[in-house]
Design a protein around this ligand. Structure first.
Ligand SMILES: *Cc1c(COP(=O)(O)O)cnc(C)c1O
Length: 468
């Protein structure tokens, strides 16, 4: 398996060579040269596989330059009851005939990003050890992605994490989750400023090429290919279970950076019998607009609304380029045209091109959800099924139910636990979401962080001191 850039530059690369990279040198994203195909014989064998076994079967197709024994060991170490709460890892919960919730948020930080990041931590450790190189992850977080990265990389050899967060601007839940970590390779830096200040510092230090090289700075981006690959697995897991009883299912996916739903699309391209991919946005609905009209207009930073499903508040969907590459038949000339339109006009338009028909052929339908929709959906689910869902899951459920068709099973992806978003849950149902035991324990633990001003040099000096 080799990987190529969506902008057509450079030589094809092996998996291990792109694992630690962000963008390709030409500014594109890496995608597999072709999608491996899964036969119907393989699909029926998958029904009886445990989650780690299924993961190995699928990922060995994408990560074929990692020795099989090593990959198996990393996968088996990641997807355990100890880390994800049950032997199923990703429970398929039946609500009624033909309606399912797929439990993606049973990991240590109670959100779906754990599924890929927990494995990514081991893959990074393995590759760095082989190269005999260290890596220092520098990131900024407004709360959620930072904790998922820290829980994935804590205790990993050869890796340090420097995570900037805005002091006093995270929820208590988020703060405790991050700051109570005491692993010596985790450095929480509380910045006296905003999330934007944190991001600016990360950007400035990365742009200082000498500093970046000397201190071996890296990142865990949402565009990392290994994350997408690990997410493909749960579509197979759910689909082979649901389809046996009910036929080809639709999947409803709460969408921000297009990483989760992209994995579903790739699973479908590999031969998994998914009927439709129902894309749900919140008020920040650039992707809904694209799938309905063929016009893609990413929002300016100032146009992004702060919503009650904050992990989907994005201006530009970072993984979307991977899908567009397929949409245009992998024509790099056409890609260049669309991206130059985007740069010059702030949008591109495929509504008049043959490409537009392909959106439906690929199974996509789209819709969006507002704060009021979210509250109503959380309330309705609680009343009807006695199940509490989080605001992101509610966005997916709302749009999923709008598109539900008789006789077609609908699988709604549950992307976070309600405990993470207690204020919205209270507003919806007038009661507290249950606190998981793992979080209650954090209340009495000491918090570890360094407070610094929003100043590039202060942060740079802190990092230099910890690495030296
Ligand atoms: C990241 C995230 C999403 C959005 O997923 P994308 O891959 O960015 O589309 C949805 N819900 C939750 C809870 C998330 O953390």
């Amino acid at each position: 398996m080799r990987y190529v850039s969506t902008r057509g530059g450079g030589e094809p690369q092996r998996f291990s060579d792109i694992l630690l990279e962000g963008l390709a040198l030409d500014g594109g994203l890496y995608v597999p040269e072709e999608y491996p195909q899964v036969s119907s014989g393989e699909l029926s064998a998958m029904r009886s596989m445990a989650y780690p076994e299924l993961t190995f079967a699928l990922l060995s197709k994408f990560m074929d330059d990692i020795p099989a024994g090593d990959l198996r060991r990393m996968v088996n170490g990641t997807y355990t009851k100890e880390v994800f709460g049950t032997d199923e890892i990703v429970p398929v919960k039946k609500l009624e005939q033909g309606l399912y919730l797929l439990g993606l948020s049973e990991g240590p930080t109670l959100a779906f990003k754990d599924i890929a990041l927990q494995l990514l931590g081991r893959l990074f450790e393995h590759t760095l050890a082989q190269r005999n190189e260290p890596l220092n992850i520098l990131g900024a977080t407004s709360g959620d992605t930072g904790s998922a990265a820290e829980y994935a990389l804590r205790g990993r050899k050869g890796i340090r994490v420097f995570m900037l967060s805005p002091i006093g601007r995270m929820s208590e839940f988020q703060r405790r989750q991050m700051y109570t970590l005491s692993d010596p390779n985790i450095f929480n830096i509380a910045i006296r400023g905003t999330f934007d200040d944190c991001q600016d510092i990360v950007k400035a230090l990365n742009e200082d090429a000498a500093f970046k090289k000397r201190y071996k700075l890296g990142a865990v981006n949402s565009i990392n290919w290994a994350r997408i690959a690990a997410q493909i697995v749960y579509y197979f897991w759910a689909c082979v279970r649901v389809a046996r009883e009910n036929g080809e299912p639709d999947f409803a996916v709460p969408t921000g950076n297009f990483g989760n739903i992209l994995a579903g699309y790739i699973a479908k391209r590999m031969g998994l019998p998914i009927r439709r991919l129902i894309l749900a946005t919140n008020e920040n609905n650039a992707l809904e607009e694209f799938f309905k009209t063929g016009v893609y207009r990413p929002r300016k930073g100032s146009e992004v609304a702060a919503t009650s499903s904050p992990s989907m508040d994005i201006s530009k969907a970072s993984n979307f380029e991977r899908y567009v590459f397929d949409l245009v038949g992998r024509d790099v000339g056409r890609m260049a045209k669309l991206w130059s339109d985007l740069k010059e006009n702030g949008y591109f338009d495929v509504s008049k091109a043959g490409e537009f028909a392909r959106l439906a052929e690929d199974g996509f339908v789209a819709g969006s959800s507002t704060h009021a929709d979210r509250l109503a959906t959380i309330r309705a689910f609680h009343e009807k099924y006695g199940v509490l869902i989080d605001p992101h899951t509610a966005d997916g459920v709302k749009v999923g139910l709008e598109h539900r068709e008789k006789g077609v099973p609908l699988v709604c992806l549950e992307t976070a636990r309600p405990a993470k978003f207690a204020a919205t849950i209270r507003e919806a149902v007038g009661q507290e979401p249950p606190m998981p035991e793992s979080f209650r324990k954090l209340a009495n633990m000491p918090e570890h962080f360094e407070v610094l001003p929003p100043d590039n040099e202060a942060v740079g000096a802190y990092i230099a001191r910890r690495i030296a």
